[in-house]
Structure formats: C-alpha cells, structure tokens
Ligand binder design. Structure first.
Ligand SMILES: [Ca+2]
Ligand SMILES: [Ca+2]
Ligand SMILES: [Ca+2]
Ligand SMILES: [Ca+2]
Length: 289
C-alpha cells in the first residue's frame, strides 16, 4: 500500500538556544537540529534550510551560519562579533521529500558570548588640570576615565602613570583613575618643575590605551623680599642737579615667577619729597634741593 504523506516533520525541540563564543572560528559547529517524520520513504526523508526570522529581517543573522541540509548541522559561516551583534536569531525549516512536501520550522537563537578583543579607550586624548604647590598630599587633581566595549571588562580597567611623574609628584588610584597629589609640596625646594606631562595608561589586562595629562603646579608666594644690605649709605650734597643718582638699593626674593619680582618704593612722610626711587631698578635719585 502506497504511503501517504500525511505527517509533517517534528523537531525534537520547540526552540533552540545556544551560546557560542565570539572567538569561535569559521566552521565551528554550533548545534545539530533533529526532527522526525512519522511517514516512510521519501515522505519521511528530511532536508533542512535556514530562513531569516521575522524579528531579524535581512540576511545578517541567518547569513552568519551555514546549515548542512541533510544532517541539520549548523556551522559558523562568518566570524561573530559580540560587540556588533550579541544575539542572532533565524529559522530552520525541515521539509520532507513528499509530493507535495510538508514542512515545519523552529527558531534558533544564538547568544554570542564575550571575549576580550577590544582595547580600552580613554574618554579624552588629553587632560589638563592645575594644583597649588602647597596642596596637601592626597588632594584631588583630575580624574581620567576609559571605557571598553568588551562587557567582561566593564569596571575592570586599571589605571597607572607610566611616564612623566618626576619625583613621584602624583599618584593615580588604579581602579578609579583619580589622580591626586603625592609629592608636590616643597617640590620647588627640591628643584621641582611647574608643569608635568604625565603619560597615563588604562589596561584590561591584555590591551592598553594611553592618554596625556598636563598638570600645572601653581606657584605660591613663599618668601619675603630681603635687602642685600641692612643699611645703604649715601652722601647727599646740596645744589646738585635733579636726578643725581645717590645710590641703588637692591633686594632679592627667592620666589619664582611674579612672586619673585621685587618692586621698590619710599616709605616716609618727607623722604618721598626729596628723593625718587625707580620702582623696578631700586635706583635712588635726588631731587633738586
Ligand atoms: Ca512526511
Ligand atoms: Ca568582538
Ligand atoms: Ca577589552
Ligand atoms: Ca568582546
């Protein structure tokens, strides 16, 4: 008696959920689908093919896989990238060879698991900050931050200062990226500098990114000007032409920059009517008497 094709193929599973590493090479087998057909002969001889899922139209998801028509074996056809597509969904249809054929379909969902295949990236190529040279140890200066597309590296990046940290003036908290003062105070007395260019790194344990941090150490006013002599003697004669130089006083200030600039002035009720001083040079001149 001739068999009638009155049974559709039936998949062993209602749906297939599989995990595949994004590092799996092309050709890796993902899963083997299995279906049964209660008929006999050609009416039960099954073949498989893939179609795009209504929720993932287009060829991207289904195109990532190759379906072996006879065995129901699914292989990776194109390299997977979790950062591009973390979940791929498609339909596999099982058809018998009856005339006409009967078929049924099942959804295959592939979750792509993460590997560390991306480098961290700093939010900024360069950072700038300033801090007083009298800042106490541990004062906040600036926070650097990097991100990483790999989900397994979220919150796991570590930061370091790899170059430019003369005399260990600064330190960075390896987990937060917060840069604080470590040895800035008194840096000038130790011959320190006023501008630091730090090279900082962010690492996920395999890949490392770099950024630049410019820190200006603002000078504070530490020293009082001191005259080079406690007394400057000068002879003054009457009837001299105005402008005769009587003497030149000088004082030094150990501060750098503007705080080290010394200006001169005469203090006294009468003296400034008789004499004039050059505020920049300290040159002391007599008015006509
Ligand atoms: Ca059948
Ligand atoms: Ca990737
Ligand atoms: Ca990474
Ligand atoms: Ca990854």
């Amino acid at each position: 008696m001739q068999d009638v094709n009155d049974n559709s193929p039936v998949f062993d599973e209602q749906q297939y959920l599989v995990n595949v590493s994004e590092a799996a090479p092309v050709g890796t087998s993902v899963v083997t689908l299995s279906a049964a057909d209660a008929d006999t002969g050609a009416n039960a001889r099954l073949s498989f093919h893939a179609e795009s899922h209504p929720s993932s139209p287009g060829d991207v998801d289904v195109g990532s896989f190759y379906v072996d028509a006879e065995r129901g074996l699914i292989l990776i056809r194109q390299r997977l990238d979790r950062e591009q597509a973390a979940r791929l969904k498609f339909i596999v249809v099982a058809s018998d060879a009856g005339v006409p054929p009967l078929s049924s379909s099942v959804t295959v969902t592939v979750s792509v698991t993460d590997v560390n295949d991306n480098s961290p990236t700093f939010d900024q190529a360069a950072y700038e900050a300033s801090v007083s040279d009298r800042a106490p140890r541990g004062q906040f200066v600036v926070a650097v931050h990097a991100s990483d597309d790999d989900i397994t590296d979220r919150g796991r990046l570590t930061y370091a200062i790899v170059d430019g940290n003369v005399r260990q003036a600064f330190s960075v908290e390896s987990e937060s990226g917060v840069i604080t003062t470590a040895n800035v105070g008194g840096h000038r007395a130790a011959g320190g500098q006023s501008v630091y260019i730090l090279n900082v790194s962010a690492s996920d344990g395999v890949y490392t990114a770099f950024s630049r941090v410019k820190i200006v150490v603002e000078q504070s006013n530490l020293f009082t000007p001191r005259f080079t002599q406690s007394v400057f003697d000068a002879d003054v004669t009457v009837n001299q032409p105005a402008g005769l130089v009587v003497t030149t006083v000088s004082a030094v200030d150990r501060d750098e920059g503007v705080y080290g600039d010394v200006t001169y002035s005469i203090v006294g009720d009468d003296a400034d009517e008789l004499f004039d001083i050059d505020s920049r040079t300290g040159m002391f001149q007599q008015f006509k008497t």
